[in-house]
Design a protein around this ligand. Structure first.
Ligand code: NAP
Length: 328
């Protein structure tokens, strides 16, 4: 048992908290389902040795400015758009995330969104719930096929590749836009590299976004990009809400520039219940749950805890984003 103090910002994975308690004398847990307020984060950063956080806990340069003895932060996520890693590195704080264990669950979910959108699963289900299914008539729910259609992946990292793998089973033609060409994946899954984003957008029936949110990808899909998409095409976003401009998307849907959208992530989160996007019949919005199978959520929690435990015990972290702090 070590004397370091650990702060955990949510009770989402009790097994991960138990694991931290098996290793450290003092593990304090924020009891609310919402992120701790900023002034509390600043206080905890000042008094703790390690923290385990969620993807919506903001750790910006102001928060890291308060570091006194904090050495490691483990986020239960792969996305790190909520963390100023440069500021953390300047303060000698190691940042750990959870790659390699959630992409298959995210890809399952992405395919689920594509299928639901194409075949109007959620829209027709809402009609059944509201009592509008009175007769056998399929014509109000005529969908679009998925097999034989073109899938355009924006970003071919762990999740994009796992989606591609699934889409081959649906006999889709698959294109991808990525900074770097992935020839091994092209051969393995029959993918076509499309370095011209507009070409991908204008030739895909389903466009699925899988790039991280950062300065280069904020509003990556905006008015100009939606403009070139096919009128009968669909946009799927399971990355981060900020990669798609919500105003541009709202306009494009209202003007019929694309056929529909499925968003597991929105900007802001949660999306306002009165946002027109929520009420469009050709839009599916889910509450940022692409990775959240029970098994994957638990594995992510345990990996985030292991990042904290290993660093403080002088062992290798499962995934460290700024290893330069380890030997500094
Ligand atoms: P990843 O393995 O790091 O892959 C990211 C891909 O995006 C890579 O192909 C990368 O290209 C590309 N990329 C990065 N910056 C780019 C840029 N500026 N322009 C073009 N391409 C760029 O990440 P992942 O595991 O697939 O996850 C992707 C994102 O999904 C995460 O960052 C996270 O935000 C989100 N996510 C969401 C959920 C959810 O619950 N909805 C769950 C997990 C993750 P290179 O290969 O050239 O570097």
């Amino acid at each position: 048992m070590s004397a370091e103090k650990i702060y955990v910002t949510r009770i989402i994975v009790p097994d991960a908290i138990d694991k931290l308690r098996e290793n450290f004398d003092e593990v304090e847990v924020w009891p609310e389902p919402t992120p701790p307020p900023k002034d509390l984060m600043i206080q905890k950063v000042a008094e703790c040795d390690g923290m385990m956080i969620e993807s919506n806990d903001i750790m910006d340069s102001e928060v890291f400015q308060a570091v006194k003895k904090l050495k490691v932060v483990g986020t239960r996520a792969i996305g790190i758009d909520n963390i100023d890693v440069v500021a953390a590195t300047k303060k000698g704080v190691a940042i750990g995330n959870t790659p390699g264990i959630l992409h298959e669950s995210c890809a399952d979910f992405t395919m689920g969104l594509i299928l639901s959108l194409a075949r109007q699963v959620t829209r027709s289900n809402r009609k059944v719930i509201s009592g509008e299914w009175k007769i056998f008539d399929q014509t109000p729910y005529l969908g679009t096929d998925v097999h034989g259609k073109t899938l355009g992946l924006i970003g071919l990292g762990l999740i994009g590749t796992a989606v591609a793998k699934r889409a081959t089973g649906f006999d889709m033609d698959i294109k991808y836009y990525s900074r770097t060409r992935k020839e091994a994946d092209e051969k393995k899954y029959g993918l076509q590299w499309t370095p011209d984003l507009n070409e991908l957008l204008s030739t895909s029936d389903y466009v699925s976004v899988h790039v991280p949110l950062g300065p280069e990808t904020i509003n990556f899909i905006g008015t100009d990009q939606l403009q070139v998409m096919k009128k009968d095409s669909f946009l799927i976003n399971t990355s981060r809400g900020g990669t798609v401009d919500p105003d541009a998307l709202r306009d494009a849907l209202l003007e019929g520039k694309i056929a529909g959208a499925a968003l597991d992530v929105t900007s802001p989160e949660p999306i306002a219940p009165n946002d027109p996007l929520v009420h469009m019949e050709n839009v599916i919005i889910t509450p940022h749950i692409a990775s959240a199978s029970a098994a994957t959520l638990r594995r992510m929690g345990l990996m985030a805890a292991d990042n904290v435990i290993n660093f403080l015990k002088g062992e290798e972290m499962p995934a460290c984003l700024n290893p330069e702090v380890i030997n500094s």
